[in-house]
Design a protein around this ligand. Structure first.
Ligand code: PML
Length: 233
Protein backbone atom coordinates (compact mmCIF):
# COMPACT_ATOMS: atom_id res chain seq x y z
CA UNK A 1 0.00 0.00 0.00
CA UNK A 2 1.18 3.49 -0.65
CA UNK A 3 -0.68 6.68 0.06
CA UNK A 4 0.03 10.32 -0.65
CA UNK A 5 -1.39 13.76 0.02
CA UNK A 6 -0.98 16.58 -2.50
CA UNK A 7 1.66 14.50 -4.30
CA UNK A 8 3.72 13.85 -1.14
CA UNK A 9 4.17 10.29 0.17
CA UNK A 10 2.50 9.98 3.60
CA UNK A 11 2.23 6.26 4.30
CA UNK A 12 3.22 2.86 2.98
CA UNK A 13 3.14 -0.74 4.07
CA UNK A 14 3.76 -4.22 2.82
CA UNK A 15 2.57 -7.65 4.00
CA UNK A 16 3.66 -11.15 3.06
CA UNK A 17 0.62 -13.28 3.84
CA UNK A 18 -1.38 -16.34 2.81
CA UNK A 19 -4.37 -15.96 0.50
CA UNK A 20 -6.87 -16.38 3.37
CA UNK A 21 -5.34 -13.45 5.25
CA UNK A 22 -5.77 -10.98 2.35
CA UNK A 23 -9.13 -9.38 3.40
CA UNK A 24 -7.93 -8.65 6.93
CA UNK A 25 -4.62 -7.23 5.70
CA UNK A 26 -6.39 -5.00 3.16
CA UNK A 27 -8.64 -3.55 5.88
CA UNK A 28 -5.68 -2.94 8.14
CA UNK A 29 -3.64 -1.23 5.39
CA UNK A 30 -6.60 0.88 4.26
CA UNK A 31 -6.91 2.31 7.77
CA UNK A 32 -3.18 3.02 8.08
CA UNK A 33 -2.73 6.51 6.56
CA UNK A 34 -4.27 9.29 8.65
CA UNK A 35 -4.88 11.78 5.84
CA UNK A 36 -4.50 11.12 2.12
CA UNK A 37 -6.01 11.96 -1.28
CA UNK A 38 -4.45 8.99 -3.10
CA UNK A 39 -4.04 5.37 -2.04
CA UNK A 40 -2.85 2.47 -4.15
CA UNK A 41 -3.01 -1.22 -3.18
CA UNK A 42 -1.07 -3.79 -5.18
CA UNK A 43 -1.40 -7.57 -4.73
CA UNK A 44 1.24 -9.88 -6.07
CA UNK A 45 1.56 -13.68 -5.87
CA UNK A 46 5.05 -14.67 -4.72
CA UNK A 47 6.73 -18.07 -4.75
CA UNK A 48 9.33 -19.35 -2.31
CA UNK A 49 9.66 -17.33 0.89
CA UNK A 50 12.67 -17.78 3.11
CA UNK A 51 12.09 -17.66 6.87
CA UNK A 52 14.65 -16.11 9.17
CA UNK A 53 14.42 -17.24 12.78
CA UNK A 54 15.55 -14.07 14.57
CA UNK A 55 15.51 -10.34 13.93
CA UNK A 56 18.35 -8.13 15.10
CA UNK A 57 18.42 -7.56 18.87
CA UNK A 58 17.08 -4.14 19.93
CA UNK A 59 18.75 -1.69 22.31
CA UNK A 60 18.01 2.01 23.01
CA UNK A 61 20.14 5.01 23.96
CA UNK A 62 19.04 8.56 24.78
CA UNK A 63 21.17 11.70 24.74
CA UNK A 64 20.74 15.32 25.80
CA UNK A 65 21.51 16.73 22.34
CA UNK A 66 21.62 15.84 18.64
CA UNK A 67 25.36 16.48 18.68
CA UNK A 68 25.97 13.84 21.38
CA UNK A 69 23.60 11.37 19.72
CA UNK A 70 25.30 11.72 16.33
CA UNK A 71 28.71 11.37 17.97
CA UNK A 72 27.55 8.09 19.53
CA UNK A 73 26.21 6.91 16.13
CA UNK A 74 29.52 7.83 14.51
CA UNK A 75 31.51 5.92 17.12
CA UNK A 76 29.31 2.83 16.73
CA UNK A 77 29.70 2.90 12.93
CA UNK A 78 33.48 3.29 13.21
CA UNK A 79 33.60 0.32 15.64
CA UNK A 80 31.64 -1.71 13.08
CA UNK A 81 34.36 -0.93 10.52
CA UNK A 82 33.08 2.07 8.55
CA UNK A 83 35.89 4.65 8.10
CA UNK A 84 35.15 7.91 9.92
CA UNK A 85 35.27 9.96 6.71
CA UNK A 86 32.57 7.72 5.17
CA UNK A 87 30.37 8.01 8.27
CA UNK A 88 30.71 11.80 8.23
CA UNK A 89 29.68 11.84 4.58
CA UNK A 90 26.62 9.70 5.43
CA UNK A 91 25.59 11.97 8.30
CA UNK A 92 26.03 15.03 6.07
CA UNK A 93 23.86 13.51 3.32
CA UNK A 94 21.02 12.65 5.72
CA UNK A 95 21.15 16.11 7.30
CA UNK A 96 20.86 17.84 3.92
CA UNK A 97 18.49 15.35 2.23
CA UNK A 98 20.13 12.79 -0.06
CA UNK A 99 18.24 13.67 -3.26
CA UNK A 100 20.64 15.30 -5.78
CA UNK A 101 17.70 17.51 -6.84
CA UNK A 102 17.19 18.58 -3.23
CA UNK A 103 15.14 16.98 -0.46
CA UNK A 104 14.79 13.34 0.52
CA UNK A 105 14.67 10.10 -1.47
CA UNK A 106 12.14 7.29 -0.89
CA UNK A 107 14.87 4.68 -1.19
CA UNK A 108 18.19 4.32 0.59
CA UNK A 109 21.62 5.57 -0.37
CA UNK A 110 24.13 2.78 -1.08
CA UNK A 111 27.46 4.10 0.11
CA UNK A 112 30.79 2.45 -0.68
CA UNK A 113 32.38 1.86 2.70
CA UNK A 114 35.89 2.54 1.42
CA UNK A 115 35.40 5.67 -0.68
CA UNK A 116 32.08 7.17 0.45
CA UNK A 117 30.94 7.08 -3.18
CA UNK A 118 27.23 6.59 -3.89
CA UNK A 119 26.47 3.35 -5.74
CA UNK A 120 22.68 3.46 -6.33
CA UNK A 121 21.80 3.16 -10.05
CA UNK A 122 19.39 6.11 -9.63
CA UNK A 123 20.31 8.48 -6.76
CA UNK A 124 16.98 10.34 -7.04
CA UNK A 125 15.13 7.12 -6.28
CA UNK A 126 17.61 5.25 -4.08
CA UNK A 127 17.24 1.54 -3.37
CA UNK A 128 14.24 0.20 -1.45
CA UNK A 129 14.21 -2.73 0.94
CA UNK A 130 10.92 -4.47 0.21
CA UNK A 131 9.37 -7.96 0.38
CA UNK A 132 10.03 -8.37 4.07
CA UNK A 133 7.50 -9.02 6.83
CA UNK A 134 7.00 -10.74 10.18
CA UNK A 135 5.58 -14.26 10.28
CA UNK A 136 3.30 -13.08 13.11
CA UNK A 137 3.28 -9.23 13.12
CA UNK A 138 0.79 -9.00 15.97
CA UNK A 139 2.82 -11.18 18.31
CA UNK A 140 6.05 -9.24 17.61
CA UNK A 141 4.18 -5.90 17.89
CA UNK A 142 2.87 -6.90 21.33
CA UNK A 143 6.38 -7.81 22.42
CA UNK A 144 7.77 -4.45 21.21
CA UNK A 145 4.82 -2.50 22.63
CA UNK A 146 5.55 -3.91 26.09
CA UNK A 147 9.01 -2.32 25.79
CA UNK A 148 7.43 1.02 24.84
CA UNK A 149 8.06 0.85 21.08
CA UNK A 150 5.63 1.52 18.25
CA UNK A 151 4.86 0.19 14.78
CA UNK A 152 7.68 2.37 13.43
CA UNK A 153 10.18 0.20 15.26
CA UNK A 154 8.39 -2.94 14.06
CA UNK A 155 8.70 -1.90 10.40
CA UNK A 156 12.20 -0.42 10.64
CA UNK A 157 13.48 -3.49 12.52
CA UNK A 158 12.21 -5.76 9.73
CA UNK A 159 13.94 -3.60 7.10
CA UNK A 160 17.21 -3.42 9.07
CA UNK A 161 17.16 -7.20 9.64
CA UNK A 162 16.67 -7.88 5.93
CA UNK A 163 19.46 -5.42 5.07
CA UNK A 164 21.96 -7.27 7.25
CA UNK A 165 20.72 -10.61 5.86
CA UNK A 166 21.35 -9.32 2.29
CA UNK A 167 24.89 -8.16 3.11
CA UNK A 168 24.64 -4.50 4.18
CA UNK A 169 27.58 -3.93 6.56
CA UNK A 170 25.88 -1.16 8.55
CA UNK A 171 22.87 1.12 8.26
CA UNK A 172 22.30 4.64 9.55
CA UNK A 173 18.71 5.87 9.56
CA UNK A 174 16.61 8.68 10.86
CA UNK A 175 13.14 9.53 9.68
CA UNK A 176 12.24 12.35 7.30
CA UNK A 177 9.14 12.91 9.45
CA UNK A 178 9.72 16.31 11.15
CA UNK A 179 8.03 14.98 14.32
CA UNK A 180 10.09 11.81 14.71
CA UNK A 181 13.60 12.24 16.09
CA UNK A 182 14.64 8.68 16.99
CA UNK A 183 16.85 6.91 14.48
CA UNK A 184 19.15 3.91 14.59
CA UNK A 185 22.39 2.25 13.60
CA UNK A 186 22.01 -1.40 12.55
CA UNK A 187 24.62 -4.09 11.98
CA UNK A 188 25.25 -7.77 12.64
CA UNK A 189 27.81 -6.73 15.29
CA UNK A 190 25.55 -4.59 17.53
CA UNK A 191 22.03 -5.35 16.29
CA UNK A 192 19.41 -2.60 16.04
CA UNK A 193 20.64 0.33 18.14
CA UNK A 194 17.93 3.00 18.59
CA UNK A 195 19.32 6.49 19.20
CA UNK A 196 17.45 9.62 20.36
CA UNK A 197 17.59 12.42 19.20
CA UNK A 198 19.34 11.99 15.84
CA UNK A 199 17.77 15.22 14.60
CA UNK A 200 16.01 18.31 15.93
CA UNK A 201 12.19 18.51 16.19
CA UNK A 202 10.81 20.05 12.99
CA UNK A 203 13.73 19.00 10.78
CA UNK A 204 12.24 17.58 7.53
CA UNK A 205 15.37 15.77 6.34
CA UNK A 206 16.22 12.10 6.80
CA UNK A 207 16.44 8.72 5.14
CA UNK A 208 18.66 5.66 5.14
CA UNK A 209 22.32 5.13 4.33
CA UNK A 210 23.45 1.55 3.67
CA UNK A 211 27.22 1.23 4.08
CA UNK A 212 28.24 -1.54 1.71
CA UNK A 213 31.17 -3.18 -0.04
CA UNK A 214 31.34 -2.32 -3.72
CA UNK A 215 31.85 -5.93 -4.85
CA UNK A 216 28.53 -7.70 -5.41
CA UNK A 217 26.40 -4.54 -5.44
CA UNK A 218 24.15 -6.05 -8.14
CA UNK A 219 23.39 -9.15 -6.02
CA UNK A 220 22.79 -6.93 -3.01
CA UNK A 221 20.21 -4.81 -4.85
CA UNK A 222 18.48 -7.96 -6.16
CA UNK A 223 18.26 -9.29 -2.59
CA UNK A 224 17.00 -6.01 -1.07
CA UNK A 225 14.37 -5.39 -3.74
CA UNK A 226 13.48 -8.90 -4.83
CA UNK A 227 13.96 -11.63 -2.24
CA UNK A 228 10.87 -12.44 -0.15
CA UNK A 229 11.78 -12.84 3.52
CA UNK A 230 9.70 -13.57 6.61
CA UNK A 231 11.10 -13.04 10.08
CA UNK A 232 9.97 -15.26 12.91
CA UNK A 233 10.62 -13.14 15.99
C1 PML B 1 12.70 3.52 16.03
O1 PML B 1 11.93 4.16 16.74
O2 PML B 1 12.92 2.32 16.24
C2 PML B 1 13.36 4.22 14.84
C3 PML B 1 12.50 4.12 13.67
C4 PML B 1 13.01 4.92 12.50
C5 PML B 1 11.97 4.92 11.42
C6 PML B 1 12.39 5.65 10.22
C7 PML B 1 11.26 5.76 9.26
O3 PML B 1 10.69 4.74 8.89
O4 PML B 1 10.91 6.85 8.87
Amino acid sequence: MRASLKGKHVSGGERIITEEAIPEALCELLKRPREHDFLKLTLERIGEVEVLEYSLAVSSFEFASVEEARKFALEKLVEIGVPESTVRRGIQLLSEGPNPRGGNTRGAVLMDIETGERLEPDPERGVRTVRVDWRDRFKVMEHLRRQGFTERTLDALAIATKNVYCGVVAELCWSDDPDYITGYVASSKYGYVRITPLKEEGDPFGGRIYFIRREGVGDLIRCLEGKPLLIDC
